[in-house]
Design a protein around this ligand. Structure first.
Ligand SMILES: NC(=O)C1=CN([C@@H]2O[C@H](COP(=O)(O)OP(=O)(O)OC[C@H]3O[C@@H](n4cnc5c(N)ncnc54)[C@H](O)[C@@H]3O)[C@@H](O)[C@H]2O)[C@@H](O)CC1
Ligand SMILES: Nc1ncnc2c1ncn2[C@@H]1O[C@H](COP(=O)(O)OP(=O)(O)O)[C@@H](O)[C@H]1O
Ligand SMILES: [K+]
Length: 498
């Protein structure tokens, strides 16, 4: 598991640790780790041209000390000083090691052809020490110009602690921010390194241990790794039966959206469910059984559909392609009245918007799996764009308001549960941005719920396998939702190999 903490927590933990250590010890640890990351990014240190972008805070100090270490190993290091102040001791260390520093004019634009712009363009490595956890909002003035120059340069960019300009507590990017190839982050991960759009600016995140672990409380955000998912995933045991492995009820698809039922059932079957019990209209049930003969169907009578819903299931998936009419609402209400865990996706999430109490007052575990548009319908005065800009915040808000677990789909899938750290899925890929992949996810997560995982853990495992399956299915061209189903067994196998 990778753990991420908010800035306030990091500051407090650093303060406590610093009080017990000699002056500057933490910064030296950070700088040494950073220099190591830079040395690994460069083909060789000796003779390389390293450009440091230096702001006025300790983030710049880390970069200057790391630069001094690289200079001692034979790199030609130039620091571009852009802040109103500079970390003097770091600058002295750089100079003593043979590095040079250049003051960048404080004008908003750094002209093409200026010394600073030519240094950046000619670099073999650019180190972003503009701002760290002391940053607020997008980059301003010459900081922003340097970030843009670094983005246009050929050289790889290593960010110090975080890519300057992102909101590191949320992953929001409001204005100009550095785009790094690698981020060397100190002491603990930060939430914004795992959540888009911030995560996309961070590149590969390398953890630098500065001895903070003992001072840190519970994480704000968790980012599960293959081993964590492998440990959580239910697997068949010698005494397993189809019932013990989990019976999943599925109220998905409709005459209009038959494919949603086929895809969701496929996700469940390849997710390791014991039995799928599909409930729906005859035409849909026929399609489902044609594709998946192992599914047990209950054909619902249009005159009295609720009477036909199967009983004795371990979990339910409701909503994908089901519709938002009165019958769908009555069905949702009836399923939520059971004591089984229920996953609400798509139309069921939309229906919930007018009936929040159905979930809020429910004692049994409930999981919502909206995309940004569906989540926006659950929160007053919120647009899908706002949800996408600040995913963590909105998923957490919805989880608190509806008192349930929320898996918010999108470029980073995030999972929120009141009172628990949020989770961000690391496997997501835009290959998934095609119709029907969400239906597959609902079945997959449903199968894990029916297998006994709690909603948060089922959501974490499902999102991880979903993204991994997309990556495995991808052989250079596009993939569809059906390919994802076929790749799920390989994704489960791959967990052990990763
Ligand atoms: N506190 C500690 O014990 C340690 C801190 N470390 C480093 O210290 C960093 C934090 O340093 P500071 O608190 O000095 O702050 P920063 O270096 O993160 O930045 C603060 C400065 O940036 C300016 N600034 C903020 N937002 C800006 C924006 N959007 N555009 C332009 N300028 C902006 C501020 O005016 C201020 O001068 C960490 O990220 C880490 O790199 C490490 O050395 C490890 C130990
Ligand atoms: N840009 C993206 N990057 C990564 N994953 C994405 C992206 N866009 C969509 N996804 C994923 O694709 C799936 C789409 O689900 P959904 O929107 O419900 O589609 P549908 O209803 O057509 O099945 C979700 O798992 C979501 O996280
Ligand atoms: K930085």
């Amino acid at each position: 598991m990778r753990y991420a903490h908010a800035v306030e927590t990091v500051r407090k933990a650093e303060g406590e640790l610093m009080a017990r250590l000699p002056d500057g010890a933490l910064m030296q640890r950070a700088a040494t780790g950073l220099a190591g990351v830079c040395a690994r990014v460069l083909p060789r240190v000796y003779g390389s041209r390293v450009v440091l972008l230096i702001g006025s805070g300790d983030n710049g100090g880390d970069a200057l000390y790391a630069g001094s270490q690289l200079a001692r190993r034979g790199a030609a290091v130039r620091a571009l000083l852009v802040g109103s102040r500079v970390h003097e001791a770091g600058l002295a260390a750089l100079r003593a090691a043979g590095g040079r520093a250049v003051d960048v004019p404080r004008s908003a634009e750094i002209p093409a052809g200026s010394a600073a712009s030519m240094e950046v363009a000619a670099a073999d490595l650019i180190v972003d020490g503009l701002v760290g956890i002391g940053g607020s909002g997008g980059l301003r003035g010459p900081h922003a110009s340097l970030a843009i120059l670094a983005g246009a340069a050929e050289a790889p960019v290593v960010a110090v602690d975080l890519p300057s300009g992102i909101d590191v507590d949320t992953g929001a990017v409001e204005g100009t921010a550095v785009r790094a190839d690698v981020t060397a982050t100190f002491g603990t991960h930060k939430p914004g390194l795992f959540v888009n759009p911030g995560a996309a600016h961070a590149g590969v995140v390398e953890f630098v241990d500065i001895g903070l672990a003992g001072e840190l409380p519970t994480a704000r955000l968790e980012c599960p790794q293959a081993g964590d998912i492998d440990a959580l995933l239910p697997r068949p045991e010698p005494e397993s039966t189809k019932y013990r492995r989990g019976v999943l009820g599925m109220a998905v698809g409709s005459d209009r959206f038959r494919g949603a039922a086929v895809l969701a059932a496929g996700g469940a079957l390849r997710g390791g469910v014991g039995m799928v019990r599909y409930a729906g209209r005859e035409a849909v049930a026929t399609e489902v059984v044609r594709r998946w003969p192992e599914v047990v169907v209950s054909v619902l009578d249009p005159g009295d559909p609720l009477a036909g819903l199967p009983e004795g299931v371990n979990a339910w998936v409701v909503g994908p392609g089901r519709g938002v009419d009165g019958a769908a609402a009555a069905e949702l209400e009836s399923i939520l009245a059971t004591s089984a865990p229920v996953l609400l996706d798509a139309d069921a999430v939309t229906l919930l918007g007018q009936r929040p109490r159905l979930v809020r007052d429910r004692a049994a575990p409930t999981l919502l799996t909206p995309h940004a548009g569906e989540l926006a319908r659950l929160l007053p005065d919120t647009s899908p764009r706002e949800v996408e800009a600040r995913r963590l915040e909105h998923a957490t808000r919805a989880a608190e308001e509806y008192r349930c677990v929320v898996l918010l789909k999108g470029s980073t899938t995030v999972i929120a549960e009141p009172g628990r750290p949020a989770a961000a899925d690391p496997t997501g890929t835009s290959l998934l941005a095609t119709a029907g992949t969400g239906d597959v996810l609902s079945g997959l997560v449903g199968s894990l719920l029916s297998g006994g995982l709690a909603p948060r853990e089922a959501a974490m495992c499902g999102a991880y396998l979903h993204g991994l399956a997309a990556r495995l299915a991808h052989d250079g061209g596009p993939i569809g939702a059906s390919d994802l189903i076929d790749a799920l067994p390989a994704a489960i196998r791959a967990l052990r190999a990763e």
